[in-house]
Ligand binder design. Sequence first.
Ligand code: 5GP
Ligand code: ZN
Length: 131
Amino acid sequence: MSMRNRESRSKDYNGGVKVGCIFCDIASGKIPAKKVYEDDKIIAFDDIAPQAPVHVIVIPKKHLSGIMAIDDKQADLITNIFRAVKGIAKKKNVESSGFRVVVNHGKDAGQAVEHLHFHVIGGRAMEWPPG
Ligand code: 5GP
Ligand code: ZN
């Protein structure tokens, strides 16, 4: 059984929402956030602990645990997330100065919230490689 099937069959899942997931609660409006972009499937909001002048979190409203839960069925969603990222970069005035898009997965990357999310970070020069 695929990861996605296992997830959608879990009793914790109710119409794509995971009980106790902070980002599901932001997507549903239960937890407030400073919204930067929203459409029917995607929401973006300022990070609560910004690591740069621009630090926006972009998420699918539907709960996906992380990058390993993406499959072909999310092709349109992922394209639309990057379309949203472009709009956010323009809105936050970093499309020319540059920005970084980061997806942390798992322990070594320091993933803290197990709901797929894309960090859009900019507004200052960044180091490479990341720490
Ligand atoms: P991760 O380490 O999982 O890649 O990133 C999770 C991000 O979510 C962190 O940058 C953290 O500051 C942010 N975050 C965690 N809880 C909240 C919250 O309740 N509201 C907002 N706006 N951001 C959050
Ligand atoms: Zn979630």
